[in-house]
Ligand binder design. Structure first.
Ligand code: ATP
Length: 234
């Protein structure tokens, strides 16, 4: 069956520096995939290649079988792949609601509207007229997720959404994921918290030094195998 999203032998370079050495992943409709790995393993680079930020791997990224590795972010978004950025990148002078509306760019229809995003994160409805910068870090992350959902994506890419947030806030954000999954979207998360990743994902890929070192269903992976794939043989 054709994968919704796939990389085949994906390589990535920053100048002379090679960050990815032939990465193969697949994402099927409705799956939740977690990508784990230590700092510098290449997780963000992989997400950049999937979301159209890196566009120099024309023959290595596929969406429903179509080569999309040379397409820039707006064209990737038009194919139903939306990214929640690390660091959030909201428009600081716009209100919460205006930031959410920007996500509705494009004409894809589906479950997500202002009303359903507010239902998912009720605090955003209360704060809708506030500038995005007046929100806490966790609330800003909710706006970033809501903004990506407003595009009604088939795949939601989440790069380190728990970075710098208190555990209780992270828990609130992850509590929204079952409903996002119920809406039919596949989810790809990059997560440094292995426990969180194993809890939320149907399938996990572990990366080290630009390569996939382990993949499988969380329940099938032993702690020892994950440890070795994450840190290398010690
Ligand atoms: P982190 O959890 O720290 O974000 P990561 O697994 O996401 O790590 P990447 O950010 O993808 O890893 O980085 C992979 C490698 O590429 C690292 O060695 C990093 O130093 C390098 N790298 C990333 N971005 C750039 C860049 N813009 N220029 C040069 N090298 C880069």
């Amino acid at each position: 069956m054709t994968a919704l999203l796939e990389t085949k032998g994906l390589k990535a370079f920053y100048g002379d520096f090679q960050a990815l050495f032939g990465v193969d992943i697949t994402v099927a409709e409705g799956e939740t995939i977690a990508i784990i790995g230590a700092n510098g393993a290449g997780k963000t680079t992989l997400m950049r290649a999937l979301s159209g930020v890196l566009t120099n791997a024309p023959d290595s990224v596929f969406c429903r079988g179509e080569a999309v590795g040379a397409l820039a972010a707006p064209d990737i978004l038009a194919r139903g792949i939306a990214m929640v950025s690390e660091g959030r990148r909201l428009f600081p002078s716009l209100t919460v609601e205006e930031n959410l509306m920007i996500g509705a760019y494009g004409k894809r229809r589906g479950a997500w509207t202002l009303a359903t995003v507010y239902d998912l994160f009720p605090i955003l409805k209360e704060r809708r007229a506030n500038p995005a910068t007046a929100l806490s870090g966790g609330q800003q992350q909710m706006v970033a997720i809501g903004r990506a959902l407003m595009a009604n994506p088939d795949v939601l890419l989440c790069d380190e959404i728990s970075l710098g947030l208190a555990p209780v806030v992270v828990r609130d954000i992850y509590a929204a994921f079952p409903r996002i999954r119920e809406s039919g979207a596949a989810i790809v998360i990059v997560e440094q918290d292995i426990g969180q990743a194993l809890k939320v994902a149907n399938r996990v890929y572990c990366m080290m030094e630009g390569r996939i070192t382990l993949s499988g269903r969380p329940e099938a992976l032993s702690r020892a195998a994950i440890h070795a794939a994450y840190f290398g043989a010690q």
